[in-house]
Design a protein. Structure first.
Length: 405
């Protein structure tokens, strides 16, 4: 299987959408020889900050001498970004080989399933990731859950440490209507005798975390930090790494991890004149965290121009309420994902929030160029609202092979 064929195979599975349940994954792991048991693992769940926490945890552990892998989602330009070994995405050849193994296993598993069932894209990707991480003999893999926790495809690892970044109201159709319900689904990944590391939680989620930790005789550690959300993510990653290692961390290693780790699409500075920042905040709590962090990054004297696209299954009004007060000008666009809201819909919401001076620019690339022109060399541009908007802008304009899941 070539890399192109691997992409075609994965994109073809999008037709079947998402399905919860671990039966297919357990069968895949059995066919592949239980690769998830060949490395220790840290499982990261939560509403926001998962990818950042995964990358930062992996970076800290690597700087303490471990051979580290990671698995994150979604990706920006290429599926292979989701699987990293030594903080580098796996090569196209290695990715294709891993997907070929997963596809073969999926074919065998599908024979045991009903005609209207079948291995999903995320399950095939997760199986490929565990196979590759096992084949590459990583000592520890830091794994990001896709959605929820209890029935998420990643939840077949015997993780030693479980991390809960935060809990917000998102994906309520699948996870339940309340913070309590969502926390229950995410914290189902906690193992008996494990160690649960959490960020700062609201009282409802904190109560669930304490009860689950007590029921499963798991150690409970809370990581606190002052400052913007990436500082909180770093504190959480450091706490998870320290718990995993069972000792205090080296200060110099922490400094290097903080200075050297790049988080694509999360407070990512991609240009300087004007200062241009990409951030994939995609729900009200993420937008609030972004708004809180902006003063550290953007001098308030700079004119700020926003480029925003939001998917239809997100709370666009809640997000705009957090973002619009931080911006001087706003351009509303539509990313290529078919679930994206139209600029006209976003404009209507902005008007309801008291911000009539918005512009509609249908094409994201044109929106970004216009925003840079409006900001001027000494201004700032913030691109946010959906990770799929970021993906559109970092991918080659002619590239049409984007994933929508």
């Amino acid at each position: 299987m070539t890399f192109r064929q691997a992409e075609d195979y994965l994109l073809g599975l999008e037709l079947f959408g998402m399905r919860f349940g671990l039966d297919r994954m357990h069968k895949l792991m059995t066919v592949l020889g239980l690769p998830q048991r060949r490395f220790a693992s840290i499982h990261v769940v939560g509403t926001n900050g998962k990818s950042s926490t995964v990358r930062l945890t992996a970076a800290i552990l690597a700087r303490h001498g471990l051979r580290v892998g990671s698995y994150t989602s979604p990706h920006l330009a290429s599926f292979r970004e989701r699987i990293e070994v030594g903080e580098e995405p796996v090569s196209e050849a290695h990715f294709a080989a891993a997907v070929a193994r997963a596809a073969h296993a999926a074919g065998l598993v599908n024979r045991t399933l009903d005609a209207d069932d079948g291995v999903t894209q995320f399950e095939a990707l997760t199986a490929a990731a565990y196979h590759e991480l096992g084949r590459r003999s990583v000592e520890v893999a830091v794994i990001e859950a896709g959605l929820g926790g209890r029935y998420d495809a990643t939840n077949v690892i015997p993780s030693r440490v479980q991390v809960l970044t935060n809990v917000g109201l998102e994906h309520t159709r699948w996870l339940g209507p309340t913070i309590h319900d969502i926390a229950e689904e995410k914290l189902a990944v906690v193992r008996d005798g494990g160690a649960l590391v959490t960020g700062e939680l609201d009282p409802e989620a904190r109560g669930v975390a304490e009860r689950v930790a007590d029921e499963r005789h798991a150690r409970l550690v809370e990581a606190r930090a002052d400052g913007g959300f990436q500082r909180r993510n770093f504190a959480l990653a450091a706490a998870a790494a320290a718990v995993f290692l069972g000792r205090s961390l080296d200060a110099r290693a922490l400094e290097r991890a903080a200075a050297e780790t790049r988080i694509p699409g999360r407070l990512e500075v991609v240009a300087h004149r004007p200062l241009t920042v990409f951030d994939g905040a995609h729900n009200p709590s993420g937008a609030a965290a972004l708004a809180e962090a902006l003063p550290e990054l953007l001098d308030e004297r700079r004119p700020r121009v926003g480029v925003i696209s939001v998917l239809e299954d997100k709370d666009a009004a809640g997000m705009l309420a957090k973002l619009l007060p931080t911006l001087d000008r706003v351009l509303l666009t539509r990313c290529a994902n078919p679930r994206a809201l139209s600029p006209a819909t976003l404009e209507s919401l902005a008007h309801q929030l008291g911000r009539p001076e918005t512009e509609r620019v249908a094409d994201p690339h044109e929106a970004l160029e216009h925003a840079r022109s409006l900001a001027g060399p000494d201004g700032a541009v913030l691109v946010t609202g959906s990770i799929y908007l970021i993906a559109d802008l970092v991918r080659n304009r002619a590239e049409a092979r984007a994933s929508t899941l």
